[in-house]
Design a protein around this ligand. Structure first.
Ligand code: UT7
Length: 332
């Protein structure tokens, strides 16, 4: 049988959803716990508050709420889904995967479901993976989730991290199209940054133990300055490289959606690539850094601004280091 190579199938986003927990942790709350101030946090990070998931609930619960939000908003049928990819660094458990747990909570089966851990770049990795599945024509409806309960790993007494992180989940539904939707991505990883941003404990190197607890290995730790500089450099270069690869220029971009880690990083990337300020989507003020959830949450919150056909450039940077940039046409 001959394969018709002329009928290229693309993936496009046909629906989007999001969820953040009700409970807020404000800068004023943190002033009561550590030596910091609302003024310092806003000036140095752009963050005013973050959302914190209650104890007893996990990453999958936020993901399920985001998926339910998508289904209700776009009138989708969960039974049509044939693959679920969850980008997370904070799975409910080491096994089974959070994607698998989500299937159980949604009551679906016959779904290929798995997690991807690429830290703060996870959503972009998962989006590219999901788009690739759709392009094979073997998967027609793929959910790509970015979700993290990073508050479970934040040392509330550590002002170098407690000001930055919050919990949340975002999801997109990918489907096949003959028009282009997801265009391209450059996703990279170098393994040189693990000492500068990590959660060491709980894995096979430092399994859960009294020693790990005493050495505080279960907390997220970072050298903010090193991460900051690398983030600006890597995101700016990759944005320009992915544009170049696709014969596009910055002026073609309608919206830049950067990972929301620090407003100063976002501003610096915008300046480096020379994009007009009002083209950058930002929601860090209310949620802080929600790891793999920042990009889908930011698009979801701003989706009323987006027009069909708009060109979006997404870019992220995170632990490892891992980073990347993706290009897509908005098709909703
Ligand atoms: O998703 C990727 C992961 N993470 C990131 O991308 C985060 C990257 N890094 C950052 O966002 C920033 O480096 C931080 C927000 C973490 C820190 O900002 P900074 O401008 O790099 O501050 P710094 O560490 O250079 O500290 C400046 C000053 C110091 O005081 P002195 O030595 O100048 O007197 C710190 O002790 O600010 C002090 N400081 C604080 N003051 C109040 C540091 N943290 C705080 C704080 N509240 N929370």
């Amino acid at each position: 049988m001959e394969i018709n190579l002329t009928k290229k199938i693309y993936a496009h986003i046909s629906a989007i959803g999001g969820y953040v927990p009700e409970n807020k942790r404000t800068n004023h709350d943190l002033e009561l716990i550590t030596d910091t101030s609302d003024e310092w946090i806003v000036k140095r990070t752009g963050i005013k508050e973050r959302r914190i998931l209650e104890e007893g609930l996990a990453t999958s619960d936020m993901a399920v709420n985001a998926i339910k939000n998508l289904i209700e908003t776009y009138n989708k049928d969960i039974n049509d889904v044939d693959a679920i990819i969850v980008a997370t660094s904070t799975p409910d458990m080491l096994m089974p995967s959070t994607a698998n747990i989500i299937c159980g909570k949604l009551g679906i089966e016959n779904v290929w479901a798995f997690d991807i851990n690429a830290a703060c770049s996870g959503f972009l990795y998962a989006l590219d993976m999901g788009a690739s599945l759709v392009e094979t024509n073997r998967y027609k409806n793929v959910l790509v989730v970015g979700a993290d309960k990073i508050s479970a790993y934040v040392n509330i007494n550590d002002r170098s991290t407690n000001i930055l992180f919050g919990d949340g989940a975002g999801v997109v539904w990918l489907e096949p199209t003959k028009e282009i939707g997801v265009i391209d991505a450059l996703l990279l990883s170098n393994g040189t940054g693990k000492e500068f941003l990590n959660i060491e404990g709980g894995g096979s190197l430092y399994p859960p133990s009294q020693d790990s607890l005493e050495k505080e290995k279960t907390y997220i730790k970072q050298d903010g300055k090193v991460v900051f500089k690398n983030a600006i450099n890597a995101m700016s270069h990759t944005c320009l490289d992915v544009l170049d690869k696709n014969n596009l220029s910055v002026s073609d971009i309608n919206w830049l959606v950067p990972h929301q880690a620090n407003k100063r990083i976002i501003d610096a990337v915008g300046k480096e690539i020379n994009i007009e300020e009002n083209k950058t989507l930002i929601n860090i003020e209310h949620y802080g850094n929600t790891i793999a959830a920042t990009i889908p949450l930011c698009i979801w919150e701003n989706s009323s601004k987006l027009k069909k056909g708009d060109l979006l450039m997404l870019t992220a940077f995170g632990a490892g280091f891992s980073w990347g940039a993706s290009l897509l046409r908005w098709t909703i």
